[in-house]
Design a protein around this ligand. Structure first.
Ligand code: UTP
Length: 409
């Protein structure tokens, strides 16, 4: 794209300020900026007017979860099916590690965070140790682990994993891929600049993983290896079991498009997304969308009908995903702290949210699918998310939970 074409494109979207520093850049920097302008989809920015407005949703109804007692009664059979499925090479895992971890406030990728007390225990290390438990349970069948990064943290993540010898995982069973990026803007939809020759961008949300895998040509790997199930999980839950045979067996046995690990809510108004049906299809209702009527609704056993919160650990059926792969997922506007240039052209890192990012969310992927099995796990054993340094869902709370589960830190 040449300068004239770039000007035209920017004018079309009211983003002419992107060229403010153009004349002072080196030829190489000018070229980089023109390439980024060409590659950027500025049409998403008009969405910023939707910030804080919940999108129109359909009619919600309960979706029963498979509860702990049912899982316990079938554990042997589910585990056997799961182990067989893993040993047949049909299960892969995708680690979502493309996020920016802004709440944790570290400059490094979240997985590099050290939660150790008497020794180093990195978040990535905990994830790999958990996955190695599954490999052991499946008699040494190595699960192909795909790690999604973003252009912001890719090099650091790959270098760190290599330096630590992949924490004992087989290097040839790990594949890294990068997710797509989206521009980030102020509240009026004007893109921020993160350098004089670079528009601010951020990863495009946790649902970008499958389309990014396809873009990287990894569907060929999935097909060549005969992978039928993909366990997708967040980087920041240091206790979760990954592709554990019982969960795999339950999901496979129920012949659903996706299994979703859920925990029983600890209070009717706990701030978690709850598994449900929306217009008859699986979905997730956010805590702020739960009406009093829904909060009071009871299931056949007299328990709350909307009682199971998602923990971002899903087992997707691969062919079912391919069927929906071409569908455009909605974009959500999220308020975040976005590093940007100030009026004098200096980079600042804001203390408070200063604009909008645009993300696709995994819940919209689930809603495209025909069927879902919410699968209950014990919160104290499987849910220790690290979002913040202290307080709720923090390094502190995760450390306490690790200790309760006899994990040395
Ligand atoms: P969060 O929604 O908690 O976001 O991600 P985050 O980026 O880690 O943290 P904050 O909000 O900036 O503090 C949940 C999971 O989804 C991944 C994250 O890496 C984490 O595993 N994720 C999120 C991506 O892989 N890509 C994204 O674009 C967003």
């Amino acid at each position: 794209m040449n300068l004239e074409e770039a000007k035209k494109k920017l004018e079309q979207f009211g983003q002419q300020h992107v060229l403010k520093y153009y004349d002072g850049l080196t030829t190489e920097q000018q070229q980089e900026l023109l390439e980024q302008i060409e590659a950027t989809d500025f049409s998403v920015l008009k969405k910023c007017s939707e910030l804080g407005k919940a999108g129109g949703r359909g009619t919600f109804s309960p979706l029963a979860a498979m509860q702990l007692d049912e899982i316990a009664a079938n554990r042997e059979q589910f585990t056997k099916t799961g182990v067989e499925t893993i040993k047949a090479g049909k299960v892969a895992a995708v680690l979502l590690a493309g996020g920016m971890g802004t709440r944790l406030g570290s400059d490094n990728p979240k997985g590099m965070y050290d939660i150790g007390i008497t020794k180093h225990v990195y978040i990535f290390q905990r994830i790999i140790e958990n996955l190695l438990d599954t490999v052991k349970q499946a008699d040494g069948s190595w699960i192909h682990l795909f790690i999604m990064t973003s252009e912001k943290n890719h090099e650091a993540t790959v270098r760190f994993m290599k330096e630590h010898d992949y924490f004992g995982y087989r290097a040839d069973r790990i594949t890294f891929f990068k997710q797509d990026m989206a521009p980030a803007s102020d509240y009026n939809g004007k893109v921020y600049m993160e350098a004089q020759n670079r528009i601010s961008t951020s990863p495009n949300g946790n649902a970008g993983w499958f389309s990014s895998m396809l873009k990287a040509g990894l569907d060929q790997t999935l097909h060549a290896e005969g992978i039928e199930w993909i366990d997708v999980f967040a980087v920041d839950n240091v206790l979760q079991r990954i592709a554990d045979p019982c969960f795999v067996g339950a999901t496979v046995s129920r012949k659903v498009s996706v299994g979703s690990k859920v925990v029983r809510k600890n209070a009717p108004d706990e701030k978690v997304g709850v598994m449900c049906l929306e217009d008859g299809k699986p979905s997730i209702v956010e805590y702020y969308e739960l009406s009093d009527e829904m909060k009071d609704a009871k299931d056949a056993n007299g328990d709350p009908a909307y009682n199971y919160g998602v923990i971002l650990n899903y087992l997707f059926n691969e062919p079912a995903l391919e069927k929906i792969a071409r569908k455009e997922l909605p974009l959500h506007v999220v308020e975040k702290k976005i590093p940007c240039l100030d009026a004098d052209g200096n980079l600042v890192k804001p203390e408070q949210p200063n604009g909008c990012k645009f993300e696709q969310l995994v819940l919209d992927m689930i809603h495209e699918l025909d069927s879902c099995l919410p699968y209950e796990v014990v919160r104290e054993h499987e849910f220790a998310p690290i979002k913040n340094k202290t307080g709720v869902d923090s390094v502190e709370s995760a450390r306490e939970l690790c200790e309760k589960n006899h994990i040395e830190l």
